[in-house]
Design a protein around this ligand. Sequence first.
Ligand code: SF4
Length: 171
Amino acid sequence: MRKLLFRNFFRGPLTEPAPPADEAALAELAAQLERAARQRLGRTLSIREVDAGSCNACELEIHALNNVVYDLERFGLRFVASPRHADVLLVTGPVTQNMRMALERTYAATPAPKWVVAVGECARDGGLFAGSAACVGGVSAVVPVDLHIPGCPPSPTALLRGLLALVETVK
Ligand code: SF4
């Protein structure tokens, strides 16, 4: 035990340093998103995240939007606990057989106008899991999809760009 503690004391950290975040570009992107949402919807966006069967790496990137680096809430964008309070459903993963009904119910519970964003390669067409007996397929196999954000997983910046592109299409 002492040997292990001694070795760990002198060994450097095993994690890699985080890539430098471009604070100014990020803030500008999020502020653009807030402005576009206020202009087109009259309010900021409320987002409900739905994991329909992902490996959770997409969730890690989505969660990062709320951490101290990205801090999406400072721009009024927030994740909500109920689809009844959401404008956007952010759906990850291939849709598994077990999650199909939950996704259908979540979609039905979201008030119009509503938008569905499929996040990651699996959400497009099942990705790595396509053809599995446990999967229905991509998100569009279950509910209508308005936008797909590519990546495996997409970065928080890509997620912000995708949400901005979505809001800019709203008439
Ligand atoms: S797109 Fe990649 S990161 Fe996202 S759920 Fe699929 S395998 Fe995981």
